[in-house]
Design a protein. Structure first.
Length: 778
């Protein structure tokens, strides 16, 4: 059925407006009648006379219709005005009747209010907000209780008012900051539900607890108990959520109220415990327990009625969170017990376990000391000299790094210098710079491998006569060292030494050192996922007849953490420069090969599923035992870490010749990308709960099955191959153009990691690194 709301004053005002509109239209029609109904002809001809007669006829027809419209308009205005008056008269009659009704109620309630302090009929007054005042009681015969007022800071909420013979209890007021919510009012003595408890107040100070939710009001003779209030949240650091309020007790014929949910807690604190479900009295089921907040237990279900009724189900446990109650999830609440006749309530499910932390690569600290430089050798010739060779001392290895410390840089190769002011006979003259030392070993716990030392420079300066063949070669760069066992980047290869010849013969730069391999060992496994919370036990069946409640399921295990990525391989050293100031052949050294990328860390194992709750016992005579709860599903294994990128290949050395041939050095191949980490092993399913024994007539409940194991984590992506080294540039002589060095291909991508058992997916192979550029010709 639809309802229409009418305001008489608006109808009367509308009638006046309509009358004014009609008057304006009538005046306009009268003003237009004379010039439009007797239009003069434009000329004396028949056509002009006919046109004038046509327009005049239209005007007369319009005037006739206007008279009819004006009559209808007047009738409509009279109808609206009459209806407005009728509605106004009806309003006056209703007001008089309401006054009589109010007078009658006032006279009836006056006696009971004077004697007992409450009306006979009517709802109780609400408590004012911010005062914590209780709601007023409802009428003795008929009326609901008033709602409690909210509390000021630190003040509990007001209790809801009690109902009379017929009516519902009032809702409890919300608690002030950190204070408890008010209790719900009781339902009517004969018929009525209890009022809900007020919500607990929020905690605003660090490491404090939110207010508890108010208790639900009890039901009347026939009526349900009120729901418990929600626990207050805590927004401050380390704060704990308030406990949920207990559900109200049911009436003689009625169910217990639901327990309130636990309040939300902030970081490091945790949520509040769920409130217990309210118990039934004689005939009725117990209320369900409230769910726990983060990491907190669920509330227990309420007991069933003494004569007949099922127990309430337990609330679910809260999921785990980092830093909250040791990272453990909350267990599910136990199901409520039945009394004489009835089934026990089911246990609540346990909360989900905490996800494992991702693997973390340690950072390398300062490097250890460098290795000793090689011994230099310098020779000057002012007389006659036969063929001979001269080599610089090799650089010493870098100092090994301590815990978390990078290995030291290898020592530089010793320089070689020969200056001729005299005459050197026929035969080969070989001058070679010392090789650079290898880098120092990386320290454990994330040290980077030491970089290789630079090769020594070899220089020949001829101010006299050399009749033999001169070969000047810079020392090779030292090799970088593999990263530490627990993770660390490979050391860069040393730069090849410069070969410099001012006489006839050849000058060659040293070969760049090979980059060290990365090591992703402390991509270690990501943290294992946490175990799911235990399911609550089922409630006991009625003592004579009734089934036991089923146990709650165990919580899901947490997902394993992702393995840390592998470290990058060390860059290959650049080839040394070959430089000839005369007609000698100048050749740049080859670049060093990039180091192998480190393997990615293994993904963390998934957490075990929680243990299922035990089934509740059946009634002593007739009944089936409760089934055990299913074990929780194991957590998914973590992703394998990404393989480290291969080291960049060293660039070929430059070649510079005064008037001879210049050959730039070839670039080196980029390092192979690291293998992706293996996916984490899937979590094991939790054990199922035990089934309970059956009654004298009946059978035992089945045991809960083991929870399913989750799939293993996906293998990590293979690392990208290192970029190929650029070919060395060449600057030839005036008569012979230089030839740039060849580019090198990029390193191959690393293989994808294997999937974790069982059922994990293998990772994807990494991309090949891009090739280097050709050297520029002279």
């Amino acid at each position: 059925m639809s309802y229409v709301t009418v305001a008489p004053a608006m109808l009367i005002s509308a009638a006046a407006d309509l009358h004014a509109i009609g008057s304006a239209l009538a005046a306009a029609n009268i003003a237009a009648a004379s010039p439009t109904t007797a239009v003069l002809a434009a000329g004396g001809d028949e056509v002009s006379a006919a046109i004038a007669a046509l327009f005049s006829g239209h005007a007369r027809d319009y005037q006739a219709l206007s008279v009819q419209v004006a009559g209808f308009h007047d009738q409509f205005v009279q109808a609206v005005r009459a209806n407005g008056g009728a509605y106004a008269a009806a309003e006056a009659v209703n007001a008089a009747q309401q006054s009589v009704e109010g007078d009658v109620l006032a006279s009836i309630n006056a006696h009971t209010e004077a004697l007992l302090g409450r009306p006979l009929i009517g709802n109780g007054a609400d408590g004012a907000d911010g005062t914590g005042a209780a709601g007023g009681p409802g009428g003795l015969l008929f009326g609901s209780g008033g709602n409690g007022g909210s509390g000021a800071a630190g003040q509990n909420g007001g209790a809801g008012g009690a109902a009379g013979l017929l009516g519902d209890g009032g809702v409890g007021g919300a608690g002030g900051v950190g204070a408890a919510g008010g209790a719900g009012g009781s339902g009517g003595w004969l018929l009525g539900n209890g009022g809900a408890g007020g919500a607990g107040g929020a905690a605003m100070v660090a490491a404090t607890v939110g207010g508890a939710g108010g208790v639900g009001g009890a039901g009347g003779l026939i009526g349900n108990g009120g729901t418990g209030g929600v626990g207050g949240p805590s927004s401050a650091l380390g704060g704990i959520g308030g406990t949920g309020g207990t559900g109200g007790v049911g009436g003689v014929l009625g169910n217990g109220g639901f327990g309130g949910h636990g309040g939300f807690g902030n970081a490091l604190g945790g949520g509040g415990v769920g409130g217990m479900g309210g118990a039934a009295r004689y005939l009725g089921s117990g209320g369900w327990g409230g769910d726990g907040g983060v990491g907190a237990a669920g509330g227990a279900g309420g007991a069933g009625g003494i004569l007949l009724g099922d127990g309430g189900d337990g609330g679910h446990g809260g999921s785990a969170a980092p830093g909250v109650r040791g990272g453990l999830p909350g267990p599910g609440g136990n199901g409520g017990n039945a009394n004489w006749f009835g089934s026990g309530g089911a246990g609540g499910d346990g909360g989900a376990g905490l996800a494992g932390t991702d693997g973390m690569n340690p950072s390398s600290s300062e490097a250890a000391g460098p290795g000793a430089n090689g011994m230099p050798h310098y020779v000057e010739n002012f007389g006659g000299l036969g063929p001979f060779s001269l080599t610089g001392g090799n650089g010493g290895p870098g100092v090994d790094g301590g815990a978390g410390e990078a290995g030291g840089t290898g020592g530089h190769g010793g320089e070689v210098g020969f200056t001729n002011f005299g005459t050197v006979g026929k035969g080969n003259l070989n001058f070679t710079g010392g090789n650079g030392g290898s880098g120092g070993a990386a320290g454990a716990e994330g040290g980077n491998g030491g970089a290789g030392g630079a090769g020594g420079q070899a220089t020949v300066t001829n101010n006299g006569t050399i009749m033999g063949n001169v070969v000047v070669t810079g020392g090779n760069g030292g090799s970088g060292v593999t990263g530490g066992v627990d993770g660390g980047a490979g050391g860069a290869g040393g730069i090849g030494g410069v070969g410099h010849n001012t006489g006839a013969g050849s000058a060659m730069g040293g070969i760049g050192g090979q980059g060290g391999a990365g090591n992703g060992a402390l991509g270690v496994a990501g943290g294992s996922g946490g175990t799911g919370g235990a399911g609550g036990s089922g409630g006991r069946g009625g003592m004579f007849v009734g089934n036991g409640g089923d146990g709650g399921s165990g919580g899901i295990g947490g997902t394993g953490g992702t393995g840390a990525p592998g470290f990058a391989g060390g860059a290959g050293g650049s080839g040394g420069e070959g430089r000839a100031d005369t007609t000698a052949v100048a050749t740049g050294g080859e670049g060093g090969v990039g180091g192998l990328g480190g393997g990615g860390g293994t993904g963390g194992a998934g957490g075990s599923g929680g243990v299922g709750g035990n089934g509740g016992a059946a009634g002593a005579f007739i009944g089936i035992g409760g089934a055990g709860g299913a074990g929780g599903i194991g957590g998914v294994g973590g992703l394998g870490g990404i393989g480290g990128a291969g080291g960049v290949g060293g660039a070929g050395g430059a070649a510079i010749s005064g008037s001879g041939v210049a050959l730039g050095g070839d670039g080196a191949t980029g390092g192979v990308g690291g293998t992706g980490g293996t996916g984490g092993v899937g979590g094991v399913g939790g054990s199922g709960g035990s089934g309970a024994a059956g009654g004298l007539i009946g059978f035992a409940g089945t045991s809960g099955g083991i929870g399913g194991g989750s799939s293993g984590g996906e293998g990590g992506l293979g690392g990208h191959g290192g970029n190929g080294g650029n070919g060395g540039t060449a600057a030839g002589g005036t008569t012979t153009p230089g030839q740039g060095g060849d580019l090198a291909p990029g390193g191959a991508g690393g293989a994808g990691g294997g999937g974790g058992a069982p059922g994990g997916t293998s990772g994807v192979e990494g991309n090949q690194g891009p090739s280097g550029n050709n050297g520029h010709p002279g």
